[in-house]
Write a protein that binds this ligand. Structure first.
Ligand SMILES: [Cu+2]
Length: 139
């Protein structure tokens, strides 16, 4: 059986074109750029917010000291694990959760834009006087 030379050449050329097409699809600068952007966005989504879980009960916060770094975007997720309503308020700011019922969760988000030590507390009744307060340290 004799192989037609023209057919062979066409076949080889076709394979080269297909190969080049697949190769260029995988590595075009556009594709690389898209991958890089996608990765960057994922990093932003993951790395941008520092999430801190704080539990409130009678009459304490756990943890009672929160340490963050200046410049961080902080999200405090406050969960009421007690039997009375509670909230989470940062003294000297307008950062506060709603007063939430036992079992509920509310969150506040802020940027720790200066170093120092702030106090957080529960504004319900005499909870703070009973010890429901803590320190927010921004280093
Ligand atoms: Cu309280």
């Amino acid at each position: 059986m004799e192989l037609n030379q023209t057919t062979l050449i066409i076949g080889v050329v076709a394979l080269l074109i297909i190969g080049f097409f697949i190769f260029s699809q995988a590595t075009t600068p556009m594709q690389e750029q898209m991958n890089a952007m996608e990765q960057e966005m994922e990093e932003m989504m993951d790395g941008e917010v520092r999430v801190i879980n704080v539990d409130g009960s009678e009459f304490r916060f756990n943890p009672s000291t929160i340490r963050v770094t200046k410049g961080e975007r902080v999200r405090v997720v406050f969960r009421n694990v007690g039997t009375l309503p509670h909230d989470f308020v940062i003294e000297g700011t307008n950062i506060r959760t709603r007063i939430i019922s036992p079992g509920e969760t509310d969150a506040v988000e802020f940027i720790a834009d200066r170093t120092g030590e702030l106090t957080f507390y529960c504004s319900v009744g005499n909870h703070r006087a009973n010890g429901m307060e803590g320190d927010l340290v921004i280093e």
